[in-house]
Write a protein that binds this ligand. Sequence first.
Ligand SMILES: *Cc1c(COP(=O)(O)O)cnc(C)c1O
Length: 345
Amino acid sequence: MANRQRLLIDLRSDTVTKPTPAMLQAMLEAEVGDDVFGEDPTVGILERKIAKLFDKEAALFVPSGTMANQIAVKAHTQPMDEIILAKNAHIYYYETAGFAFHSGVSVKLVDTESGIFTHEDVMQNIQPDFDWLPKTSLVCLENTSNKGGGSCYELENIHNIQKTCTEKGLKLHIDGARIWNAIIAKGYSTEDIGRSCDSISVCFSKGLGAPVGSALVGDIAFIKKSRRIRKAFGGGMRQVGLLAGAAIYALDHNLQRLTTDHLHAQAISEILNKMEWVSSVLPTETNIIIFEIHEEKTSVEQVLSHLQENGILAVQFGPKHIRMVTHLDISHEMVKQVVKCILSH
Ligand SMILES: *Cc1c(COP(=O)(O)O)cnc(C)c1O
């Protein structure tokens, strides 16, 4: 059993990473206080660090990326408003219709497979001002796009969208659960991203490898409002410096190494592209590999079980698709094993 566990190559998600002894040590050493009273020094350090990284005034530590996004939608909108986002966006697809439940807003979905859209798409989806139509008030981008296969926005594209939002009086939120991957892949900076939007949510428990936690970043008024909403959502936490300590450690140690995850994903993607039982692979720009099965040659079930017999876990991602995600618990040796296993199917 112990042996089997050691051999497991878990590519289901970059959320499966476990804290290292060094990260656990950083957590143990974190000074703590009651953060509902605003007295946790380590949370304070993390929030200031994140705000500075993105050249914004303030940040808020929250338990999950979902809560960060949901708070942003709530803070930027009124009931009966509408938000523009990709049809495969996490906020629409994977957050249990929280936008409707918490904020009473409608969604206008941009038709995009890559998860990326442009300022022209924004223009086309803004509602005219009539009593019988919802009021467009917010645009949400996802960078990188999860269902788009880890695709990234070009900075110029974001700038054009920001310009349109400013002209039309819309707020711009970036779901940056994997913004670190986009930054590493595209070469723009955290400051570039922060200056391009009103708010951004970032995650410490994916590529950076912390056990729990995300942050929402924006101006002082927005974060003050968000803090109240976080409390109402049940996300006020007490001696949470333990987790903030892990997030600080993750930022200081695990950001640059994302390049390795991207190289690993490319190696797997290249082999998949050569397999006749794979009909297509989405362009692999970061750490996510999404590929489509050629149903005359094999099936999703057969591929997943062949992988599993070889100690490799991946997930079904749509009727004919499989997703693999590389992360800091995936070694070079493991990638070699994955490649070998794919070649033997
Ligand atoms: C994972 C993810 C989230 C939400 O993160 P949780 O911490 O799991 O709630 C939000 N947006 C994107 C694009 C994600 O991939």
